[in-house]
Design a protein around this ligand. Structure first.
Ligand code: HEM
Length: 414
């Protein structure tokens, strides 16, 4: 199938200017679901757009590895000097490391933390709605940006005074390609590397502190882990902290903003949700499917593998396009309709296989609590300007979501 000459699947500018290329992905799913793309200044790769194929790749972690290249760049890659985090590990090390921390993220183990996550979400929503009964704001700035970083900082035991530091560092790492985050005189890779170093230094001190004074937070838990009876090397403790900060922030932020946008654009669904708040969990799931904030993750074949009619050769790269899988007509009924009561909803926005998102339940809780406190208060809500999209082929989302709202004062959540 011919892909338009001006289109590059992994070019950040495309996503900033046009959003997700759903029309093209839909054609690819029909005509050439495993498509070789070599019109790029970076490495060529197979674009994988169908649900079933992404699941197949996820089921074969030995054959499709995360290690060498988790994100496919649009131009020559810079060598990655940083030690790999959990998400870049491959079997057998990945399984061993994941098992060390997995239990802490299950719904049952997260239950004691619900209250605090709800308090954080509620305070953020209160700060917005208590300003006035009606007004205008940037929803990203007021709600969806502060929410995940506050929750992650709290989970990691970062003192409140430093939450803004974390927020700024993660913006700079994930949005490294975005013109808004460019640092004069530095390439985006250099700037991202510098930020990672600052983050590492910060957590080096925090780990020291938590080893001396442990408490019930993730940094203390990571600092006390052992493998084969020996304490985890310092670098591995740090990379655990780092992946939580990086993976849990921009993703949830963009799902939360994308959800608000979807509800504004589908007012019937907003009203349905307001009328029946028991739909909030399924609405959150639908929002995550609909927004699919991770655009792609990469894999590298470690042996020749036949995927449909194509042979992926050992050493070749693949890009797994989750938002495309989440509109797959063979899996989802009417995939382009946004339905807050969609069930079942087996979306792949959190990935699939052994790298399935560790923080999926944390993300769900944050969004559920935020919408639970916000939606009953809204009488009217609309967009007041264009959505300013992020310049990234990894995380799809928006930098600003300008809205105007009117509140139902009588219906303030108790
Ligand atoms: C809506 C929000 C989120 C989305 C869409 C999302 C998406 C993903 C995806 C697609 C993967 C799979 C990576 C792969 O297969 O290579 C993943 C892995 C991961 N996510 Fe999330 N994520 C979200 C929120 C979070 C949160 C809140 C945290 C932390 C609290 C988190 C931590 C992680 C970690 C640590 C991994 C790596 C797991 C592993 O390699 O075993 N994520 N996420």
């Amino acid at each position: 199938m011919t892909v338009p000459a001006d289109f590059n699947f992994v070019h950040p500018a495309h996503y900033a200017e046009h959003g997700y290329p759903h029309e093209l992905w839909t054609r690819l799913r029909k005509e050439e679901p495993v498509h070789w793309f070599d019109r790029t200044e970076g490495i060529p790769f197979w674009a994988v757009t169908k649900y079933e194929d992404i699941v197949t790749v996820g089921r074969h972690p030995n054959d499709f590895q995360s290690g060498p290249r988790l994100v496919i760049q649009h131009k020559d890659e810079n060598p990655d000097d940083f030690p790999p985090t959990l998400i870049q590990l491959d079997p057998p090390k990945h399984g061993i490391y994941r098992k060390l921390i997995n239990k802490r993220f299950t719904p049952g183990r997260l239950r004691p933390w619900h209250h605090e996550i709800e308090v954080i979400a509620r305070e953020i929503v209160d700060a917005l709605v208590e300003e006035s009964d009606e007004g205008e704001c940037d929803f990203v700035e007021k709600v969806s940006a502060p929410l995940p970083i506050a929750v992650i900082a709290w989970l990691l035991g970062v003192p409140k005074a430093d939450w803004n530091l974390l927020f700024d560092w993660t913006n700079r790492i994930i949005g490294a390609e975005d013109p808004d985050f460019q640092v004069e005189g530095k390439t985006s890779a250099e700037a991202a590397m510098e930020t990672m170093t600052e983050l590492f230094m910060y957590f080096t001190d925090l780990v020291k502190e938590k080893k001396k004074n442990p408490s019930d937070d993730l940094t203390s838990m990571f600092s006390s882990l052992e493998v084969d009876g020996k304490p985890l090397p310092e670098m591995d403790i740090l990379t655990f902290c780092l992946i939580i900060v990086v993976a849990g922030n921009e993703t949830t932020r963009n799902a939360t903003s994308g959800g608000m946008l979807a509800l504004i654009q589908h007012q019937d669904q907003l009203r349905k949700l307001q009328a029946d708040p028991s739909l909030i969990p399924s609405a959150v799931e639908e929002i995550i499917r609909w927004t699919s904030p991770i655009i792609h993750f990469g894999r590298t074949a470690s042996r020749d593998f036949k995927l449909r009619d194509k042979t992926i050769k050992a050493g070749e790269a693949l890009a797994l396009f989750y938002p495309s899988a989440n509109r797959d007509e063979d899996v989802f009924e009417d995939p382009f309709s946004f339905r807050v009561d969609r069930s079942p909803n087996p979306h792949l926005a959190f990935g699939t296989g052994e790298h399935f998102c560790l923080g999926a339940h944390v993300a769900r809780l944050e969004m559920e609590f935020a919408y639970r406190h916000l939606l009953p208060r809204i009488a009217e809500i609309e967009l007041t300007g264009p959505v300013d999209r992020l310049h990234s082929a990894l995380v799809g989302g928006m930098k600003h979501l300008p809205i105007r709202y009117k509140l139902k004062r009588s219906n303030v959540a108790a």
